[in-house]
Design a protein around this ligand. Structure first.
Ligand code: NAP
Length: 462
């Protein structure tokens, strides 16, 4: 029997979209078409591939209104935030701009006797398994460099954002990318893993949970398929004694609450120097109390429902456990009457927390943050590193040397000073520990979707 993949809308709990999962033989056939189409795509000049990709993204921009409405239905993001187009365009432009240089062969020697060079060639078919929380951005990070580098792409999007893959496929096809070169497929986990296990792909980019990443790594075991596993986070913020307090409150609380806290690099725990602690906590509470929880289609809503009632349940459980263990919740849920005990969840700020609590150790992925007082840099660094994750860390200080010095001691993929929750396409997006491994965006992003090939050409016979 055909299995249906469903998107249950967090807005009203109804089935918003459903599609049949591809049966295994149809999924294999899609991969075979991608494999067959790849050489022709790679043979087209780089400029042509870039033009098709850019024109696909331009088409996507024309779908903005529809995409924003669909995002609200699928994952609850308030329409006032206008989708993910700023980041999609910025990343596409940057990755297009550096492509020629990033993909150019490195000539080691070109003399009368030898031509030696280090080239990069496409890996073949790139498989992207994408999450729902930033469904366009996370997918575009790999789609753009993969296509530009001459690969075919097979995209399997999250069930929660079932329609996003369809929009991307429509846009890229209209932009001139051949249908077999970019395919959106609806797959269940079993078929996804079976395709990987059958060595169907040259590279797999998985963005999602730690458990999902482990399943993908297991599926790829023994196939030697290159995998990037971009997984969860529990990102810390640090407010130093010399920080601009108002900027720190605004930046870190936005990092904690934007997208209902459903950002891999959202701020989930904050350490504040004792000098600023009381004022920071007071400011953080005032900041959160200004949020309006509600229907994502209402113009005044700044905090939508979480993408799924089960995600909100996890956050509720973490908060309840913390409070039972002595943590103090500073936000009165009565201020957020839209909290329905389901996907609509009042935000929370917790103090009197420590690292014995799940809310300070496990990814919450919701609108909750714990705040702790610290005496000095050493204590802060110890706490920031006391985590199974390592995606980003945000340091608020007036002193760039301090930020770099602290950053050098942190187990993290990215160090921010006086900002957070942002991907710079010129820098490598990466993580360590349970956040997995991978290198997206930047010139290194092109290395992920290509493999090195060495040419050692001796022009003379003696
Ligand atoms: P998820 O449940 O792991 O799902 C991610 C994707 O993988 C979905 O397409 C999902 O399909 C698929 N999937 C999950 N388990 C699978 C399995 N065993 N076999 C095959 N496919 C599988 O994660 P999510 O809830 O969508 O995303 C939230 C997580 O992603 C958070 O932990 C967040 O921190 C992380 N994330 C990390 C980054 C980063 O850059 N490091 C960026 C964004 C998000 P279905 O939807 O059909 O289950």
């Amino acid at each position: 029997m055909t299995r249906m993949i469903q998107c249950i809308s967090p807005v009203d709990g109804r089935v918003y979209a459903e599609r049949p999962a591809l049966p295994p033989d149809a999924a294999q056939a899609a991969v075979a078409r991608a494999q067959a189409a790849q050489a022709g795509w790679a043979a087209r000049p780089l400029d042509e591939r870039i033009a098709c990709v850019k024109s696909g993204v331009a088409v996507l921009n024309t779908m903005k209104e529809r995409a924003v409405e669909e995002l609200a239905w699928q994952m609850g993001r308030p329409t006032r935030y206008g989708g993910e187009f700023g980041g999609v365009n910025e990343r596409t432009d940057y990755m297009s701009g550096i492509a020629a240089e990033a993909l150019a062969p490195q000539v080691i020697e070109d003399s009368n006797r030898f031509r030696r060079l280090l080239a990069r060639e496409p890996v073949g078919v790139v498989f992207i398994v994408a999450p729902w929380n930033y469904p366009y951005l996370t997918a575009i990070n790999t789609i753009v460099p993969a296509l530009i580098a001459g690969n075919s792409v097979v995209l399997k999007h999250a069930s929660q954002t079932l329609l996003v893959g369809e929009r991307l496929a429509e846009a890229f096809h209209q932009g001139g990318v051949p249908e077999d070169v970019f395919q959106n497929v609806v797959l269940d986990h079993q078929t996804t893993e079976a395709l990987i296990g059958a060595r169907s792909f040259g590279f797999v980019n998985f963005t999602g949970s730690v458990g999902g990443g482990q399943a993908i790594e297991r599926a790829a075991a023994g196939t030697f398929t290159a995998t990037a596993l971009e997984l969860g986070g529990k990102d810390p913020g640090l407010v130093c004694a010399d920080a601009d307090l108002a900027a720190a409150i605004d930046g870190l609380m936005d990092g904690a609450m934007y997208n209902a806290g459903q950002c891999c690099c959202g701020i989930e725990r904050i350490y504040v120097h004792e000098r600023h602690y009381d004022a920071f906590v007071e400011g953080a509470v005032a900041w959160v109390e200004k949020l309006t929880l509600g229907n994502p289609f209402d113009a005044e809503t700044t905090l939508g429902p979480m993408a799924n009632a089960r995600f909100a349940r996890t956050v509720r459980e973490q908060v309840a456990e913390a409070v039972a263990a002595g943590a103090k919740p500073l936000i009165d849920p009565a201020r957020f009457p839209a909290d329905d005990g389901g996907a609509y969840l009042a935000p929370q700020v917790l103090v009197d927390v420590d690292h014995s609590l799940r809310v300070m150790r496990e990814e919450s992925f919701g609108p909750v943050v714990g705040i702790m007082k610290v005496r000095d840099e050493d204590e802060a660094i110890g706490l920031m590193n006391d985590s199974p994750y390592g995606l980003t860390a945000s340091i608020w200080t007036a002193d760039p040397e301090r930020a770099e010095r602290i950053g050098a001691r942190l187990q993290t993929g990215t160090v921010f000073q006086n900002r957070c929750d942002y991907l710079d396409p010129a820098l490598c997006w990466t993580g360590c520990k349970d956040t997995g491994r991978g290198a997206a965006l930047s010139t290194l992003g092109y290395h992920s979707v290509t493999r090195p090939k060495s040419y050692h050409l001796k022009k003379v016979t003696q």
